[in-house]
Design a protein around this ligand. Structure first.
Ligand code: FAD
Ligand code: NAD
Length: 396
């Protein structure tokens, strides 16, 4: 019989962990494994708020895939997936076709705009190296423009839509960056406005209220203005419309209002909720025994009956489980159901400040910031060992 073909779509947290585990556990010639990714690098999404604000270089948030995987064991294909055809067991790439026996879909999320008019056209999102490079350059350009047209204070107004973890981590960095930009462009800091707009009655809805209050105090002291309980209704080239029609003029709107799954998945005919596949306990799409769906593309319900938030932590654990079960399937062994083990949540508020809950304990301030660094270093260690920690770790 021929060797089973495994195709992994996406080299994010889920795809990389699946690949690394497979290359470790599979014996020679037990399976043909192909990893497909749009870029020849893996990006560390959890670091993207820093290059977006310009407090770090984008290169520190990416690692070349050839440095992570063993290309003797895994075929890496740099290409963009354009269609998934489960009925034919094929994946169509922009420049070719792959057939598979087992498919792992880990293409990551897309920005969710909830159909709010103008957002897709006029707002930036923090999603990839390309998207954060654009934000960083755009912000600098606004300072330069302002110096030529000093009546345009809207050049110096920065609106962030959504105070979830992405929005909060980003404004923490931006607050650190603004004083540097003001010095560089001779701009009076009191003219710069960073406005974080949140529809829910609180920032970080659902998170520990004491830590949320701490975070808001830290960020307000750094100059962030919060508009809580205020929904963005529309985004235009001139700014946003909020609440009952109030306009906030801004040449920069960054949308951090939510994520959904990948469009390719619903287009493939899988049943989805906000673009995510509700997977079974073996992380498979219902009705497709050979299709595994991981990370931001998957939907899992927690014991309280609510969906788990899509996180890197979740995607990584799913990757490990998926690799294990692929090996089991190939060897005709029984699979292991997936169980999420929540290690906690730690979020940065800029240099030296953070909040978090880890192992059932609350942390804030410098200790939490250290914890965040430790988590980032641990990830580098998991995917690239000591060499990667030494190469990239010093920048974190
Ligand atoms: P991703 O990591 O998004 O990877 C998807 C991959 O697929 C990418 O490499 C992409 O290039 C590729 N791809 C996409 N489309 C195609 C295509 N058509 N063809 C080929 N390749 C394609 N979570 C945490 O747990 N802790 C944190 O501290 C944390 N911080 C975050 C900070 C920020 C600023 C953001 C935005 C998110 C953060 N998250 C965090 C959430 C976390 O990043 C995501 O849940 C995680 O990245 C999901 O992993 P994934 O493998 O599903 O997809
Ligand atoms: P999110 O969905 O968690 O937060 C989006 C926020 O935008 C919500 O608070 C929502 O109420 C608000 N919002 C939605 N529509 C709005 C509107 N019209 N006007 C104003 N506000 C609006 O999205 P996220 O912050 O990008 O996070 C995505 C996932 O990544 C989450 O699971 C999160 O836990 C994870 N994440 C984790 C970390 C970390 O652990 N440090 C950091 C970033 C992201």
């Amino acid at each position: 019989s021929s060797i089973p073909k495994i195709v992994i779509l996406g080299a994010g947290y889920g795809g990389v962990l699946t690949s690394l585990r497979l290359q470790k556990e599979l014996n020679y010639n037990e399976a043909d494994v192909t990893l497909v990714n749009k870029h020849d690098y893996h990006y560390i999404t959890t670091h993207l708020h820093m290059p977006a604000a310009g407090t770090d270089h984008p290169d520190n948030a990416r690692v070349s895939i050839s440095k992570l995987i063993d290309e003797f064991k895994i075929d890496f294909v740099k290409s963009t997936v354009v269609q998934i055809r489960p009925q034919d067991r094929k994946v169509i790439l922009e420049d070719g076709t792959l057939s598979y026996d087992y498919l792992v879909i880990a293409l990551g999320g897309e920005s969710e705009t909830f159909g709010i008019p103008g957002l897709a056209e006029n707002a930036f999102t923090i999603r990839s190296i390309n998207s954060v490079r654009l934000i960083r350059e755009h912000i600098e350009y606004q300072f330069a423009r302002y110096k030529r047209e000093p009546h345009r204070t809207d050049y110096l107004t920065f609106v962030i839509g959504g105070a979830g973890f992405t929005g909060i981590e980003f404004v923490g960095e931006l607050a650190d960056r603004i004083p540097d930009l003001c010095r560089q462009f001779d701009v009076d800091p009191s003219l710069v406005k960073v406005i974080n707009i949140e529809a829910a009655p609180t920032a970080l809805p659902g998170f520990d209220p004491e830590l949320v209050e701490y975070a808001m105090n830290v960020l307000q002291k750094k100059g962030i203005t919060f508009r809580i309980g205020t929904a963005i209704k529309e985004c235009t080239p001139d700014g946003v419309i909020v609440g009952e029609g109030e306009e906030i003029k801004a040449q920069t709107v960054i949308w951090t209002g939510g994520v959904r799954g990948n469009r390719l998945i619903e287009e493939a005919g899988f049943e989805t909720m906000r673009g995510r596949v509700k997977v079974d306990e073996l992380l498979r799409a219902p009705g497709h025994e050979n299709v595994f769906v991981l990370g931001d593309n998957s939907l899992m319900i927690n014991p309280e009956g609510r969906p788990y938030p899509p996180t890197a932590q979740m995607a990584m654990q799913q990757g490990v489980n998926c690799a294990h079960n692929l090996v089991a399937a190939i060897r005709n062994q029984s699979p292991k159901p997936f169980a999420f083990s929540n290690k906690g949540t730690v979020a940065s508020l800029g240099k030296g400040e953070a909040i978090g809950i880890a192992f059932g304990k609350k942390y804030k301030g410098r200790v939490a910031a250290w914890l965040k660094k430790l988590i980032d270093l641990r990830y580098l260690f998991i995917i690239g060992g000591i060499p990667l920690v030494l190469r990239k770790g010093k920048f974190l």
